[in-house]
Ligand binder design. Structure first.
Ligand code: ZN
Length: 517
């Protein structure tokens, strides 16, 4: 007997619901195998394993698609939705069924021809994009990008439902269910204007902090030990997880007792390593806090809400905690202990200021906490325009460069440093970028509420105590799985809908002093 059946019997739930949960359990289990295989590929797999791994991944992907589109799920969902006792939105089952329906409809709405064509076009476009970026040759990428965008539009048409106003919403729904482009625009536009003005003010009137000491050589093993000490203090349970090394850091929560974080190190870039480690730890704490140990594993109630909420957890630990003076009050002596006194001549104020720079630069993934959001908003506006047919792909470089000058005040020197820098569009990943800034917005808004509710939070953090903060995120975010949508979650947790003010207040309070303003 499966765990879901055991639990269901105790609660005398109907068979159509328990059978559905068992199918989800199997789907979640296969998904965790796929995640394990992907984690291994990015961490320990020898280069010689690539061919066999591609076969393994493709077989698993096919099996997973079969599970997600199993017609039996549709039949059981019909029975569950006709069962009034089960559909109480205030119960545990109502939201679970609602979200299972959302997933099933999404999985079954796309014709298999379209899925196959898109997969092929993405793989070709990705190869062409790599060469185009290396050669700074946007025109050579136009045909491939056009094909991917056309197929992505087709995909969006298939995914359209009553809750969507435009094609963009259907794609956004893949990552941020329930959100619309209009809602995002309403928050992004005022944030964009205020951020641009803020960055210009720093440039005109501020004095950039001294940062050279952050780039002295620190042995990678020592950085790893320090990262583990910090994340263990945050509350990451290393008896149920690991921290390993990769090229592009990520975190994967396989199951209740197994969450894998990854990070990257370079001897001369300590801030990058510790920032990535704290960031992935935020994702890891969320994964460890989801109620996966119940018989409902694999159902939406044990899964993360959206990328924007997942990202709020990572950004909170990386930025709100990890760049604060309170944190370094505790962590700087610890770093000196691990790094043989590398920062012993640097006082706390100087160190904290160096962690809070805001300087416009061309590459999104290398940008700082403040300017990062402008990179995201530029992409959001351009991809929405392309999807609406308001921007032809051939005109993308010019549109990119004009907006870049407008938002960040810089003249883009070439397309490799401009519109060719990200892999996302070659993959048809449209609607994905906004989730990064949604993460920052959510984190800042939660941070204000947390500080109101835990007035001595700074004192706790300065003493290396993170338990109250973790408890708040467990209670308000992690434990609910996908019971509430992202907007409901932020409103329940903070008492108001998502807005731009908390993020602006946060950035100004940290960055202004760093620039002597
Ligand atoms: Zn992240």
């Amino acid at each position: 007997m499966t765990t879901a059946q055991t639990q269901a019997q105790a609660q005398t739930l109907p068979k159509h619901y328990t059978e559905l949960c068992d199918l989800m359990h199997a789907k979640g289990t296969l998904g965790s195998v796929m995640a394990l295989v992907s984690w291994d590929q990015e961490t320990y797999m020898p280069a010689g394993g690539a061919k066999a791994r591609a076969d393994q991944s493709s077989l698993l992907a096919r099996l997973m698609h079969g599970q997600a589109t199993n017609p039996r799920i549709g039949e059981l969902l019909d029975q569950c939705q006709a069962d009034n006792d089960l559909n109480d939105p205030n119960s545990e089952h109502g939201p679970n069924i609602r979200e299972m329906r959302r997933d099933y409809d999404k999985a079954t709405k796309l014709p298999s021809d379209l899925v196959a064509n898109l997969a092929k076009a993405q793989s070709q476009a990705q190869d062409i994009w790599k060469v185009a970026r290396t050669n700074n040759d946007f025109p050579s990428f136009i045909p491939a990008l056009t094909t991917v965008m056309d197929l992505t539009k087709e995909k969006a048409s298939c995914l359209m439902s009553d809750e969507h106003n435009e094609l963009y919403d259907a794609l956004l729904g893949e990552y941020e269910p329930g959100s619309t482009a209009d809602e995002i625009e309403a928050v992004f536009t005022p944030l964009r204007d205020r951020l641009s003005a803020f960055i210009a003010e720093l440039k005109d009137n501020g004095t950039p902090p001294k940062v050279d000491f952050l780039h002295q050589e620190i042995a990678v093993e020592k950085q790893h030990a320090f990262g583990k000490a910090v994340t263990a203090a945050f509350g990451f349970d290393y008896s149920k997880g690991r921290l390993d090394t990769t090229t592009h850091p990520f975190c994967s929560g396989f199951a209740a007792g197994d969450t894998r974080m990854t990070t990257r190190y370079s001897p001369n870039n300590f801030p990058d390593a510790i920032g990535s480690t704290m960031h992935e730890c935020g994702h890891g704490l969320y994964e460890q806090g989801l109620p996966k140990a119940t018989g409902l594993f694999g159902t939406p109630l044990t899964s993360a809400i959206s990328l924007g909420i997942h990202e709020s957890q990572s950004r909170m630990w990386e930025n709100m905690v990890g760049r604060s003076k309170a944190f370094w009050t505790w962590a700087l002596p610890l770093a000196n202990k691990h790094f043989d006194g590398a920062f012993k001549d640097i006082d706390l104020d100087t160190f904290t200021k160096a962690m809070n720079t805001a300087t416009p630069s061309f590459i999104r993934v290398e940008s700082d906490e403040s300017t990062y959001n402008l990179h995201v908003m530029l992409r959001f506006e351009l991809e929405r325009a392309m999807l609406r047919g308001d921007l032809a792909i051939k005109d993308l470089p010019e549109a990119w460069n004009t907006k870049f000058k407008d938002f960040l005040g810089l003249d883009v020197p070439d397309d490799a440093t401009g519109c060719l820098q990200d892999v996302h569009w070659s993959f048809g990943l449209v609607g994905y970028f906004p989730t990064y800034t949604l993460g920052n917005l959510n984190a800042a808004q939660m941070w204000e509420t947390i500080n109101e509710q835990i007035p001595d939070l700074d004192t706790q953090i300065a003493a290396g105590e993170f338990g109250a903060l973790l408890k708040w995120t467990r209670e308000n975010i992690h434990q609910h799985g996908r019971r509430y949508t992202a907007s409901e979650t932020i409103e329940r947790a903070t008492g108001k809908p998502l807005g731009a003010d908390p993020l602006m207040r946060h950035l100004e309070s940290r960055v202004r002093p760093a620039y002597g303003l």
